[in-house]
Ligand binder design. Structure first.
Ligand code: EPU
Length: 421
């Protein structure tokens, strides 16, 4: 298993290209199931989760062809297996995103239930409730969601909580349904908006995306389209937290600063000097960061996917930060590892109190989930001495060539593979 070896203490300087957003690309790839025509996507990040999704779609009969560095063309003209097996779903919960499109286009789907995951229980009851409201007959059989419908019918759906993939699944189901669907309490995340924009290019009639009320008028069929995936706001925020912790100045190119308001505000509060253009962000940090408390919330609030990284920055800040994780019940697994590096963090239920220390000390630590891994990288870059991060397959699920990108701005970071690991 690969490991990362980081020797901390280098300030970061230079430019980094931000990749396409994982959490936009995943539903967008699944949207290819909605039409027999070709869908061409650009700015698709080269990630483990993207590979898993292409494999899942491939098993159903979807053809995909990569071209250039980050483009892929998908064709779902001959889909012959309407199933997502447990082996793939258990490695990537986002596989549930095939449920809506399969049911809408083929009237049938069999998708393994994802089960729990490291950051929390993460049920899919809202996906199911919404599809049932649209007339689907859904049963849980042998660990699978088995869904059938002749043609889905538009419905008025209010989800019990804001759910990102739930909104995406229901939106993809509704585009081919008969009549109008209204999704209330919808997720407003930029990734939901990006998916809606692709669907509209395919001939869907979606309005209100980006607000908490999305209105979808179903159409008979969709056609092919070309789309550029939006920049990854979480990857961009992770690099900014890294420079916040090490000091220095980096410029992020191909970024989408308009999607990053809450993160940029918090980094400014921590003392970072930030400048933005339409598609670039420059972050400079020349002093010790200031403690910056925050609460995670649905977009446009502070993203739960940035909680671990901003916590890492707070571990070496002056002062004490109070952090509340409000989206997932178990998303503090990085805390024990940060404590092993000398951080002072107390947790009480969903609140973490971080008392900044002058210096972290390198240690061997273990990555437990994707964003936890990123927080350990940030801590390792700022720490004195060597940090070894084990189980970085979590990192590879969601960050494209992270160590290369960091090395290019001056970090001392290397991947140990095979016998070196
Ligand atoms: N929830 C339910 N029932 C449902 C759906 C959600 O109880 O049917 C709960 C969840 O358990 C959670 C809350 O609602 O407590 C919000 O979960 P949501 O459904 O929004 O999460 P998700 O769609 O499964 C996506 C991202 C996550 C990100 C969350 C929150 C993708 C593929 N995943 O997950 O990304 O943390 O939204 O913003 O878009 C990551 O990239 O590291 C990651 C975990």
């Amino acid at each position: 298993m690969d490991k990362l070896l980081i020797t901390g203490g280098n300030r970061l300087h230079g430019e980094i290209d931000v990749s396409g957003a994982k959490n936009a690309a995943l539903p967008i790839l699944c949207a290819s199931l909605l039409t027999a025509d070709a869908i061409t996507l650009h700015n698709v990040p080269d990630l483990k989760d993207i590979g898993t999704t292409l494999k899942l779609l491939g098993q159903m009969g979807v053809k995909s062809e990569k071209s250039g560095r980050d483009s892929v063309t998908l064709s779902a003209a001959h889909v012959d297996r309407l199933e997502a097996p447990y082996e793939l779903v258990k490695t990537m919960r986002a596989s549930i995103l095939v449920l809506g499109p399969l049911l809408a286009r083929f009237g049938e789907a069999r998708v393994s239930l994802p089960g729990g995951c490291a950051i929390g229980q993460r049920p899919v009851d809202q996906h199911i409730k919404g599809l049932e409201a649209m007339g689907a007959d859904i049963r849980i059989e042998h660990g699978f969601v088995v869904a059938k419908a002749s043609r889905l019918k538009g419905a008025s759906i209010v989800t019990d909580m804001v759910t990102v993939t739930g909104t995406e699944n229901l939106m993809m189901a509704a585009v081919l349904a008969e009549g109008r669907t209204t999704l209330e309490n919808a997720a407003r995340e930029p990734e939901v908006v990006d998916l809606a924009e692709l669907l509209n290019k395919m001939g869907a009639r979606i309005q209100g995306h980006g607000t908490d009320r999305i209105v979808i008028d179903g159409v008979e069929r969709l056609h092919g389209a070309t789309h550029q995936v939006i920049a990854d706001r979480i990857e961009a925020g992770t690099f900014l937290c890294a420079v916040g912790a090490t000091g220095g100045e980096i410029t992020l190119r191909r970024a989408a600063p308009h999607t990053m308001g809450a993160t940029l505000d918090k980094l400014q509060e921590a003392g970072m000097h930030i400048e933005c253009g339409d598609d670039w962000i420059r972050g400079a940090m020349n002093a010790r960061p200031r403690a910056t408390g925050f609460r995670t919330a649905e977009y446009p609030g502070f993203p739960t996917d940035m909680q671990a990284q901003l916590m890492a920055l707070n571990t070496i800040a002056s002062g004490t930060a109070v952090i509340a994780e409000n989206i997932f019940e178990n998303r503090y697994m990085h805390v024990q590892e940060l404590v092993r590096m000398g951080a002072m963090i107390d947790i009480d239920s969903h609140t973490a109190v971080v008392s900044g220390v002058e210096q972290l000390l390198g240690a061997t630590v273990m990555a437990t989930d994707l964003r936890a891994s990123a927080s350990l990288v940030i801590a390792g870059l700022a720490a004195q001495g060597d940090t070894t991060i084990e189980r970085i397959y979590h990192l590879d699920r969601g960050y494209e060539r992270m160590e290369e990108k960091l090395r290019a701005v001056g970090a001392n970071i290397q991947r140990l593979t095979g016998k070196d690991a």
